[in-house]
Structures are given as structure tokens and as C-alpha cells.
Ligand binder design. Structure first.
Ligand SMILES: Nc1ncnc2c1ncn2[C@@H]1O[C@H](COP(=O)(O)OP(=O)(O)OP(=O)(O)O)[C@@H](O)[C@H]1O
Ligand SMILES: [Mg+2]
Length: 347
């Protein structure tokens, strides 16, 4: 197995590319088998709203990776992109969608696993990661929770020697391919952008704010939602992304029977909910019909799926008591502030 991955990367002369000569086969294998994701299976159409982010990502990552000939010289894009915003707004989803849409090799690593699982070896793994990515280009390296790798806190005296080495190696690798012809893009995601240190911030040249699905960036929506909009102009606008998440999830289960007016009420009641809060809300609400059946003394073992009633507005209202928004207005202010100061194109 190890030999397979390594042999795959050998040139016609049977030699490994220079970037991999000092990397152990064990690390190459780990990068090829566990960090490189063959098919992340997330597409733009799975992500509600975020038109602005999608547009920027297309321009910065997807088109350049697919048409490198057009994006040369002055048009050559930056090699580092930061997605920041409150938790549960789709940053990780965007990372996965980029790989699918760009048809690039996709390397996914969560920064916390790098320092915990690879204690003492993280820095070698980082070298292997960038080496393999460069051999497999076009490639996207997605570093989730990048704050835990490149944070300011780590630069004080308490920082572990091992973590410091990982961080240094990472910055060196990024510096190395910036400005070169390699088609490798590093995308970092964080919900703590204020923790990133200056050196990291400088290398992630574009910094995109991924807001809650209500902050005005939701002028578009996945294409198959369009017929729904045509039927309801009411939902057009800022509420759209939350409505889309509800509809999409319930339709997958064949449980969608909510009118446009009811949907508008749900949207109004969920101001401040993130994408992941919405998902949890839908999950809880869709338990409503089952809970009701149990209260009526119906034996769940006997219950037929087709006899279950659809999910209603009342189910949502009940669940709203349980599922509260996970981001406070206070925290939102911090993100907006950071976006104003360091973000690319204020949304
Ligand atoms: N814009 C969105 N469209 C559709 N679903 C979404 C969206 N945002 C979040 N979700 C739902 O929430 C879940 C969590 O999203 P994701 O992991 O991408 O959030 P994140 O921004 O990476 O959060 P964190 O900062 O906590 O890592 C997704 O699996 C998805 O079900
Ligand atoms: Mg995430």
C-alpha cells in the first residue's frame, strides 16, 4: 500500500520529485490516503445563500485552477484564502465544495488534529502535505480551524516546542509557493479570526466573511430553489437562505408541506440562527409528528411511515423553545469588526 502511493508520485525516471525526497514514505502514505479526499461530495447547490462568498471563491480559486492560462501574470490569484465567520455558517462546506467545483485534488486537514495526533511529527507531515499537493496540482489544501495552528497565543513563551515547529513549517511552505507557478491554493477556515497572528494573516491574502444566513449576502440561492421563489415573492430577499435550508432538508425526507406564508413566519422567528442552527431546528421539528404519535399512545413499532403527518409550523414553534441560536449578537459584532478591518470586500 505504502509503495503504491509513493510509486504513483514517481516521475518517468523512477525518482521522486525533489519536494518529496526528504519526506518519509510513511508520511506520504498518510497524506495520500487520509488527508487527500477523493470525493468530498459537496456542491455549490448544497450551500444556501452566500452569493458573495461563492462569487469571490469562483474568481479566486475555481476559475484559476481550471483555466490557469487565463489567470497568469497580473491576473494570477493569491495563494491563500481565509474563510472566517461565526460557527456553523458553512465554512467547511465551502471548502469541500471548492474541491468538487475546481476538479482539483483536495487535501483536508483539521489543524487541531495536526498538533494532537501527530505530536512531534506534525512538522514532517506538513512538509509531506505541501510536497504531495504540489505533485498532484491543481490542488487545494483546506486547513480547518486554522486558528489553532496559526494563533498569536502560540507565539508566547508557553507555546509547545512541537506546535511552534508545525507553525513555522507551515509558514515556510506557504511562503515557498507564493509567487511561484504552483497551482496550489491554501484555504484556512476559522471562527476565531482575531486569534490569527500577523504572519498568518499576511499569507492568507483574501479574507472572506461567511456571515449568518441573514446578513444580506443571500441574493441568490441554489438553482433548484428558483421555482419556489417564483411562486413566492414574499420570500425573496434576506430570508431566503434559511427558508431554503428548511425546505431542502424536509424535502429530502418527503415531509415538506409548509406554505409560503408559514415559511415566512419561520424565517422571521429564526433571525440570528446559523445554517447549522437551522439544521438542528429542522431535525427537532421533524421529530414533532413522532412525538405526537407517541403521546397518543400509538405503538411506534407498528407505525407506518406513510401514516405519519407532515411537519407543521406548530412543530417549528415548539422546537424553537429548545433550539436557540448559537451565536450571540455580541459575538457577531466582533466578526463584523474584524471584517471591516481585515476582510476582503465588505459584504
Ligand atoms: N449556508 C448553508 N447552507 C446549507 N447548510 C448549511 C449552511 N451553513 C451551515 N449549514 C449546515 O450546518 C452544518 C455545519 O456547517 P459547517 O461545518 O460548514 O460550518 P462551519 O462554518 O465550518 O462551522 P465551524 O466554524 O463551527 O467549523 C452543515 O453540515 C450544514 O448542514
Ligand atoms: Mg468548520
Amino acid at each position: 500500500m505504502i509503495n503504491d502511493c509513493v510509486d504513483d508520485l514517481r516521475g518517468p525516471d523512477g525518482q521522486l520529485p525533489e519536494k518529496l525526497r526528504n519526506v518519509t514514505p510513511h508520511h506520504i502514505e498518510h497524506v495520500s490516503n487520509e488527508i487527500m479526499i477523493k470525493n468530498p461530495n459537496v456542491h455549490w447547490d448544497d450551500i444556501a445563500g452566500l452569493a458573495h462568498a461563492k462569487k469571490c471563491v469562483n474568481e479566486m480559486a475555481i476559475y484559476p485552477l481550471r483555466r490557469p492560462d487565463l489567470f497568469m501574470g497580473c491576473r494570477s490569484p493569491g495563494k491563500g484564502l481565509l474563510l472566517f465567520g461565526p460557527p456553523g455558517t458553512g465554512k467547511t462546506m465551502i471548502g469541500k465544495a471548492i474541491a468538487g467545483e475546481a476538479k482539483a485534488a483536495f487535501f483536508y486537514i483539521s489543524a487541531s488534529s495536526l498538533s494532537s495526533k501527530w505530536y512531534g511529527e506534525g512538522e514532517k507531515l506538513v512538509r509531506a502535505l505541501f510536497g504531495v499537493a504540489s505533485c498532484r496540482q491543481p490542488a487545494v489544501i483546506f486547513v480547518d480551524e486554522i486558528d489553532s495552528l496559526l494563533s498569536q497565543r502560540m507565539s508566547n513563551g508557553n507555546e509547545h516546542e512541537a506546535s511552534r515547529r508545525i507553525k513555522t513549517q507551515f509558514l515556510i511552505e506557504m511562503e515557498g509557493f507564493d509567487g511561484g507557478d504552483d497551482q496550489v491554493l491554501v484555504i484556512g477556515a476559522t471562527n476565531r479570526p482575531q486569534d490569527l497572528d500577523e504572519a498568518a494573516r499576511r499569507r492568507l491574502t483574501k479574507r472572506l466573511y461567511i456571515p449568518l444566513p441573514s446578513s444580506g449576502s443571500n441574493h441568490d440561492s441554489p438553482s433548484f430553489y428558483k421555482p419556489f421563489i417564483a411562486r413566492s415573492n414574499l420570500l425573496f430577499g434576506l430570508l431566503e437562505a434559511r427558508a431554503w435550508i428548511v425546505r431542502n432538508l424536509l424535502e429530502k425526507d418527503g415531509l415538506f408541506k409548509i406554505s409560503n406564508e408559514e415559511m415566512e413566519i419561520i424565517c422571521n422567528l429564526t433571525e440570528g440562527y446559523s445554517g447549522s442552527d437551522m439544521k438542528n431546528l429542522v431535525k427537532d421539528a421533524s421529530m414533532g409528528p413522532l412525538r405526537e404519535a407517541m403521546e397518543q399512545g400509538i405503538d411506534i413499532m407498528e407505525l407506518k411511515k406513510e401514516d405519519m403527518r407532515p411537519v407543521t409550523l406548530q412543530d417549528f414553534k415548539n422546537s424553537l423553545q429548545e433550539i436557540r441560536p448559537s451565536v450571540s449578537p455580541n459575538e457577531l459584532g466582533t466578526f463584523e469588526q474584524w471584517n471591516k478591518q481585515f476582510g476582503t470586500l465588505a459584504v
